[in-house]
Ligand binder design. Structure first.
Ligand SMILES: C[S@@+](CC[C@H](N)C(=O)[O-])C[C@H]1O[C@@H](n2cnc3c(N)ncnc32)[C@H](O)[C@@H]1O
Length: 471
């Protein structure tokens, strides 16, 4: 751990954190809406998206790309959305843990009939001054989160043994000791044990509410009877499963939930992805239908995915391009409600690649419709700008040579681009085990003499390029 004494530094961390928040609240950090995404993914490429009027400010569900200190402040002040001050019923955060590790994500690419893997950097969890700089990062962010929470709201802070005891102290400071509700132990099985101490197999989730009048829907869990036999007490409902007889009791604070394992269907390849079951328990316990749920360290977007499934509204934010794309794809796959993709100014995805598109064909159809079709021909990228280790560069070169389109991860199209906002109405992306996108695009749209088609592609390294076809 870092050299500075935490006890000595704490007063400064608190004082400077408050000053930082005051300062930021007076600054302008504009948020730009990059796209309205209407999930619509047909493998045959036929466009069936709903076309209606979209009012950006009326859509709550959003992913904001950028440092959450500034994205939260913008959400609080209503920049690029209506102000969320006091509107959010649940905040779950799973920040880096002070694990002193760099997290990479694996990219699988087809080459010579096989699948090869390269790794790209996802995010870093190194802190120069150890605990002190970690708390300096977290404290001002917690102050903003408190302002965002509604009076019925609660916050879950997911940590582990590296930092949880220090964070508990600043949580008490921000939310008040009286608002502490639980220290939830998420117990899991995973590989790797030490011979020098007990195997560390749990994370700790601190739960606080904003006021005493918070939402809490008690969940039930099985409690097996002694001897696994029926008790037959009057008025007690009993059940039986493969293990034996049990009753249902209010859920306790130790949760046994499997991690997202290597073979799990949920797995999206994001290093610290949390299981949906964990978020389901949290969201069901601390929100009602239509509540707004936020996660400002979104990672692979598990919180948004579960919130969407449970009919809650959601706001996610993350600083990583890898996270931005993973979240977008996961939510499109669910075919749920439309959502916004926003970015803090200065956090635009970097442009590094060049897509070439073949001839565009137009064919009249019945009912005032037309079919527009074209193919993706190739993709060029400056290989020296890719953030990967040298050992992987040769592999990428070979993939580019064999079929450059295999570096495209994601494509989305607005068949009626209005010149202002990209409304993504058709999307396609690589699947686990398919690693190729469909190179033929067919859009069935209403007939028009002239239209602008906007195309966005993102490659496997997170580089984005945009094209407008005037036809
Ligand atoms: C442990 S991961 C979250 C994993 C997530 N719970 C899931 O299920 O996939 C932590 C995330 O915090 C993000 N992060 C770190 N610092 C951030 C910051 N200042 N602003 C926004 N996101 C940040 C990282 O990019 C990373 O995706």
């Amino acid at each position: 751990m870092g050299g500075k004494s935490i006890i000595n530094e704490l007063p400064n961390i608190l004082k400077n954190g408050k000053i930082e928040v005051e300062k930021i609240l007076n600054e302008d950090h504009n948020i730009k809406t990059e796209a309205i995404v209407v999930p619509s993914r047909e493998r045959d490429g036929l466009f069936k998206g709903k076309i209606s009027q979209y009012k950006e400010r009326e859509i709550t569900n959003r992913f904001i790309y950028g440092d959450n200190l500034y994205t939260m402040k913008s959400v609080l002040k209503g920049e690029g959305c209506s102000s969320m001050k006091g509107k959010i019923d649940l905040i779950y955060i799973d920040p880096p843990f002070l694990s002193k590790a760099n997290y990479n994500s694996k990219i699988r690419l087809p080459l010579n009939g096989k699948t090869v893997t390269v790794e790209k950097f996802a995010y870093s969890d190194f802190w120069e001054e150890g605990v002190v700089s970690y708390l300096k990062m977290l404290y001002p962010r917690l102050l903003l989160m408190k302002d965002l929470l509604s009076d019925k709201g609660s916050i879950y802070v997911h940590l582990d043994w590296h930092i949880v005891h220090y964070v508990k102290i600043i949580m008490d400071e921000v939310f008040g000791k009286d608002m502490f509700l639980n220290e939830i132990i998420w117990n899991y099985k995973s590989g790797g044990v030490s011979k020098k101490y007990f195997a560390r197999k749990h994370d700790t989730i601190l739960l606080y509410s904003k006021t005493k009048n918070y939402i809490f829907n008690s969940q039930k869990e099985k409690s097996y009877n002694r001897g696994l036999k029926p008790y037959r007490f009057k008025g007690v409902e009993e059940f039986v499963d493969d293990i034996g007889w049990y009753t249902l009791v209010n859920m306790k604070d130790v949760w046994n939930i499997d991690m997202v394992g290597r073979t799990s269907k949920e797995r999206v390849g994001y290093a610290t992805q949390k299981p949906e079951k964990l978020l389901e328990r949290i969201i069901l316990s601390s929100t009602d239908e239509n509540s707004i749920v936020a996660d400002f360290f979104a990672g692979s977007g598990t919180t948004g995915v579960v919130a969407e499934r449970l009919n809650r509204r959601w706001i996610l934010s993350d600083i990583g391009t890898n996270s931005a794309l993973t979240v977008e794809k996961r939510l499109i796959d669910m075919e749920g409600e439309q959502f916004l993709l926003q970015g803090l100014k200065g956090y635009d995805l970097v442009h590094n690649g060049e897509l070439s598109i073949g001839e565009i064909h137009k064919k009249s159809l019945e009912d005032e419709k037309e079919l527009i079709s074209f193919s993706l021909e190739g993709y060029k990228i400056d290989i020296n700008n890719i953030p990967i280790e040298e050992k992987y560069r040769k592999i990428v070169k070979d993939v580019l040579k064999e079929n450059s389109l295999n570096l495209i991860d994601y494509i989305s199209i607005d068949p009626d681009y209005n010149g202002e906002i990209f409304i993504s109405r058709w999307q396609d992306f690589r699947e686990e085990n398919i690693y190729e996108i469909n190179r033929f695009v067919e859009l069935k749209v209403s007939k028009k003499d002239r239209r602008n088609i906007a195309i966005k592609v993102v490659d496997v390294f997170g580089f984005e390029s945009k094209y407008i076809l005037e036809i």
